[in-house]
Design a binder for this molecule. Structure first.
Ligand SMILES: [Zn+2]
Ligand SMILES: [Zn+2]
Length: 257
C-alpha cells in the first residue's frame, strides 16, 4: 500500500472519502430526491444554502461521561484495534468519528468510529491542526521532545508540513470571513439564518419562511441511527441528536472560533 493510499484509507470508508471536510461554507443543495413529504429543503424557487458548522461532532456535543461511555462501547466491539494503520503501527488511544456528508439531503451521517494514534488523529482533524498552528504562532506551543509523528512516522517533509499549515490557516480565515459576511447579511435582513433542518421545522414555520421569499441559510441535518449498532436505544439516539442540533445552533449563531 502506498503512502497516499494509506492516507486515503485513514479518511474513512468509501462513502466518506470525498467528504471528510468540515467546512463552514454554505453548500447549495443539488437536486433533491425523495417524495415531497420527505424533502429536506424548501421549494425550488427559494434560495437555500446549507451551513455545515465547524467542530460539530459527538465529541463536542456529548457530556464527558457520555463520550467516555461511547468510547467504551466502541472499544468493547472492536477489541483488536490496538495498533493504528500508520507505518509504525503506533498505539491507538483516540476514537475518531467517521461521518459521511450527503449533499443532496444536506445530512451529516454518523458511520461509526475508528481508533487512531494521536498523531494520525491530529492530522485528520482540521480543528486540532488549527489549534496547533495558532499556538505555534502565539509562541505557546510546548517545545517538542521528539520529532513530530507527521514527520517521524508518516514521513512528511518539513516543507509538506509547512504547506499544510499555510493551507489550514487560509481555509480557516476564509471560513471565518464567510460566516461574518453571512451574519452581516442577516443583520441587514437580506438573509434568514435558520438553525434547524427543514424537515425538523414545524409546518407553520416552514410556510412562514417560504412566504418571506428571502434567501435562507439553514443548518445541515444529522443522522445518528448507526449508534444503535453500539447498543443505543432510539430514545438515546434521539437525545444525542438533539444535543448535536443544539450545538449546531450555537455554532451557527455566532460561535466563530
Ligand atoms: Zn497512526
Ligand atoms: Zn504512527
Amino acid at each position: 500500500m502506498s503512502f497516499r493510499e494509506w492516507l486515503r484509507g485513514l479518511w474513512g470508508t468509501k462513502s466518506s472519502s470525498a467528504t471528510s471536510k468540515a467546512t463552514a461554507q454554505p453548500e447549495v443543495p443539488g437536486k433533491v430526491e425523495g417524495s415531497p413529504a420527505t424533502r429536506p429543503v424548501p421549494p425550488a424557487h427559494q434560495r437555500v444554502e446549507h451551513l455545515l458548522p465547524l467542530r460539530w461532532s459527538l465529541y463536542y456535543a456529548l457530556a464527558k461521561s457520555e463520550w467516555a461511555e461511547l468510547r467504551q462501547r466502541h472499544r468493547e466491539q472492536h477489541p483488536a484495534q490496538e495498533r493504528c494503520s500508520c507505518p509504525n503501527g503506533c498505539r491507538t488511544n483516540t476514537l475518531d468519528e467517521l461521518w459521511t456528508y450527503d449533499s443532496p439531503s444536506a445530512t451529516k451521517r454518523f458511520l461509526g468510529g475508528q481508533w487512531l494514534c494521536p498523531g494520525c488523529h491530529w492530522l485528520k482533524s482540521p480543528t486540532w491542526r488549527l489549534e496547533t498552528w495558532i499556538k505555534e504562532q502565539q509562541g505557546i506551543l510546548p517545545p517538542l521532545t521528539k520529532p513530530p509523528h507527521i514527520i517521524d512516522c508518516l514521513g512528511w517533509t518539513p516543507r509538506m508540513v509547512a504547506e499544510l499549515r499555510a493551507q489550514d490557516l487560509v481555509d480557516a480565515e476564509r471560513q471565518k470571513n464567510k460566516l461574518r459576511e453571512l451574519q452581516r447579511h442577516q443583520q441587514r435582513g437580506e438573509v434568514l439564518m435558520v438553525p434547524c433542518p427543514w424537515r425538523r421545522l414545524p409546518p407553520p414555520q416552514r410556510r412562514a419562511l417560504v412566504r418571506t421569499g428571502k434567501r435562507i441559510v439553514m443548518i445541515w441535518d444529522v443522522d445518528l441511527s448507526e449508534l444503535s449498532k453500539l447498543g443505543y436505544t432510539t430514545v438515546e439516539v434521539n437525545r444525542f441528536t438533539r444535543k448535536m442540533l443544539d450545538l449546531g445552533r450555537t455554532r451557527m449563531q455566532g460561535d466563530l472560533r
